[in-house]
Design a binder for this molecule. Structure first.
Ligand code: S3P
Length: 442
């Protein structure tokens, strides 16, 4: 356990580069490992979650190494060329790594065992096991479909058409990855569009993916058994990580910040849209495309925020950003109401209750009704001064450290170790900009 305390910071000034996108990094390692030949990935997130996926792909037979210049070299085994891992794959804290890899191995005639940390072992995996069983895999799991579990891959995988019962890019990606090694066409229908990094990257590596928007749904079809070719790729900065310094800059008077190279895929930018509606001085500059993904520099200036209504339809495009949005809402004037948050209950922790409890402990008026969260700000810094249990959840930890930077009294979190899953160096980066985050006595 590494307890941390975050006290009142001065105005934040400077430029920074957000760490590599976690979602894109997992996918780059997986697809690079399936391609024939050598791929080079630059800007890969070197966070715990992604390193677990790198180790897992190594255990499945790919050659993965970090080069002296910081890029990563992947020698792919070719589609269908994965080897049965000798050991249990331990994905640590990573739901994305687990679910994507369960999909990948489900269409390979071999048995793969998965486990993870206490947080991951509590998370629902049946949402992935269910479509994978339709493809022909057998999954033997603990009660509720939880880890540890074994995937006994199908020897003759079937292409399926699957309508997502929950808006989940992880489930969509698991089905598409399984479909890679199945003959014919695998189709996923999503009633609410979720992040499309898998679709973009599958195309980048040479797969045929067709996407059509139908009445109230998006239909994604992958042509099975493609020849994936090695490709170089630059990973954009993670908007979900940029969100923390961005909100810190908005709520600390006098701050001015530029975050360079942030991924602005429209299926990820719900937070930035919402902050603009709240009156934030936030702009995209230097918009460009890198590695098949839109990227921009984010320019931010502190100023007054006002409460807004955040519709449920926006949730998939900002699903990881509610903890930090709730912090921004605590500094705004008026009520911010966030709808459609049921999925927050099954993230690295039950984020809906972690946010509500933590904000209340910091003196913020907050209410949860069903899957709606309401935060009442009075346009002034909240009291702070609370001790927050991070519950093995990196985003809860970072959100409350940001709150502490601008609250009346310091905020303490019980454990900052999990921050390294998505934002290694977070404390140093924030302190470099003017934050006062320091180890606290346990
Ligand atoms: C992710 C999808 C989201 C998100 C997670 C990363 C991905 O989860 O919360 O951090 O990379 O596909 P769901 O798709 O389960 O909502």
């Amino acid at each position: 356990m590494t307890p941390l305390s975050s006290g009142k910071a001065a105005a934040l000034n400077g430029r920074l580069r957000a760490p590599g996108d976690k979602s894109v990094s997992h996918r780059a390692l997986i697809l690079g490992s399936l391609a024939i030949g050598r791929s080079r990935i630059s800007g890969l997130l070197e966070g715990e979650d992604v390193l677990r996926t790198a180790a897992a792909m190594g255990a499945l037979g790919a050659g993965i190494a970090r080069e002296a210049d910081g890029s990563w070299r992947i020698d792919g085994v070719g589609l269908g060329g994965l080897a049965e891992p000798e050991e249990v794959l331990d994905l640590g804290n990573s739901g994305t790594g687990t679910r994507l890899l369960m999909g990948l191995v489900a269409s390979h005639a071999m048995t793969t065992f998965f486990t993870g940390d206490a947080s991951l072992r509590r998370r629902p995996m049946a949402r992935v096991s269910e479509p994978l069983a339709r493809i022909g895999a057998r999954i033997i799991a603990r009660e509720g479909g939880r880890l540890p579990l074994a995937v006994i891959g199908a020897s003759s995988p079937l292409p399926i058409t699957y309508r997502l019962p929950v808006a989940s890019a992880q489930v969509k990606s698991a089905v598409l990855l399984a479909g890679l090694n199945a003959p014919g066409e695998t189709t996923v229908i999503e009633p609410q569009p979720t992040r499309d990094h898998s679709e973009r990257m599958l195309r980048h590596f040479g797969a045929e993916v067709s996407i059509s928007d139908e009445q109230n749904a998006r239909r994604i079809t992958l042509k099975g058994q493609p020849e994936l070719k090695a490709a170089d790729l630059t990973v954009p900065g993670d908007p979900s990580s940029a969100a923390f310094p961005a909100v810190a800059a908005l709520i600390l008077p006098g701050s001015e910040m530029v975050i360079e190279g942030v991924g602005v895929n429209p299926l990820r930018t719900g937070l930035f849209e919402t902050l603009k509606e709240m009156g934030a001085d936030l702009a995209f500059a230097n918009e460009r495309v890198a590695g098949g993904e839109p990227v921009a520099d984010l320019a931010l200036r502190a100023g007054a925020l006002r409460g807004v209504e955040v519709p449920a339809e926006r949730a998939p495009r900002m699903i990881d950003e509610y903890p930090i949005l709730a912090v921004a809402a605590a500094f705004a004037s008026g009520r911010t109401v966030m709808h459609g948050l049921a999925e927050l209950r099954v993230k690295e922790s039950d984020r809906l209750s972690a946010i509500a409890r933590g904000l209340a402990a910091c003196g913020v008026k907050v209410a949860v009704a069903g899957d709606t969260l309401a935060v009442e700000g009075n346009g002034a810094p909240p009291a702070g001064g609370a001790a927050i249990a991070a519950k093995l959840d990196h985003r809860i930890a970072m959100a409350f450290l940001v709150l502490g930077m601008a609250a009346e009294r310091p905020v303490r979190i019980d454990d900052g170790e999990t921050i390294a899953t998505s934002f290694p160096g977070f404390v140093e980066v924030m302190n470099g900009l003017g934050a006062r985050i320091a180890p606290a006595s346990s």
